[in-house]
Design a protein around this ligand. Sequence first.
Ligand SMILES: [Zn+2]
Length: 403
Amino acid sequence: MRLIFLFTLLVTTFFAHSQRNCGSSLYASRFGNKIFNQQNMSYNRDTIRDEVIIIPVVVHVLYNNNAQNISDAQIRSQLDVLNEDFRRMNADASNTPDAFKPKSADTKIMFCLAQINPAGAPAKGIVRKYTSNTMFDVNDAMKFSAAGGDNAWNSKKYLNIWVCNMGSNAIGYSSQPGGQADRDGVVIQYTAFGRIGSLIPNFNRGRTATHEIAHWLGLSHIWGDSECGNDGIDDTPQQSNYNNNCPSFPSVSSCSPDSNGDMFMNFMDYTNDACINMFTNGQKTKMRGQFSINGPRNSFMNSIVCDSSLAISNDTVVVVKTVVPSFNIYPNPAISELNIEGTNGFDLKGKVLKLYSSSGILQFTKSNLISSEKINISQLHSGVYFLSIISGRESKVLKLIKQ
Ligand SMILES: [Zn+2]
């Protein structure tokens, strides 16, 4: 009997999630604040051109059983996916059809697990909490301790992500920019979070969070949530509706503007994780516009960095920016040994070096540098890293590829 019940549960869960079930539009209809009707709202300017914006993230894990209490490694795998997808460093970027490749964008937006909590103490950006709720609905209960959830960290400074059991109610949903502060953030089904662990087969590459965070940054669904609708983005084609599973290119419908048809590989369609691989330049502009002077996410331009040692005594205001580098690293890509030297009169002597993984985790620190440094990186896994040289309040960052 128990087996039959389990089987029924598995089948129900499977069918409930055989297509992407994003609750963001339902949420907007329940909680107002229709950013989806504000598609033409634009902000005066983008942020500084090509400046990398790093968003501190706190993940609230709400669990009613052990399976729902997902591992740190699963959470870190999600941060890796976000940084790859938003920087167009995803391995499947090559699957974007040639016709759409010129439209694809590196958004220059990144994410890190917050290393300072709202009280200013060191943190790991993960909160774990037992809940007596066996399942949550698209109603924000997970965002409030009094309702069996966990209260948001200051949503002006942190992107709050709640990971919990949504059952078949939704695979995830997001609030919209400019909404109520204590409800601001995204919610993700625990079996669709990250790319390791026990995951729903169609949603096992961490793209649910990519999709929902793009909503959090003001994007609409690519079909504009209506037949032949408009998502307010100039370089995404009109679509008659959402796509499921993974169509073959080109997939043309009655409202396709040309023979290239639907952009079903866009992160804002409903196709499977293995099928989606791009944002467009227009979507990039829209998302970065949220950070502009009058934009609803502008406060993140003065947010907390991921490394508590960069905080300045009474200051929670530290921004890591990619600036014109005044040091060089070579070779890059590197295998075992890395040389670091100052340029344009910049001396490394006495400075501090910090090396971060692409998910913002500090790998190692070296203080009191000499003018010409050699560091051994042979123990690092292959991948993308960020090397930061810190001098007082300033830091300079370069991207390092470890082979
Ligand atoms: Zn959605």
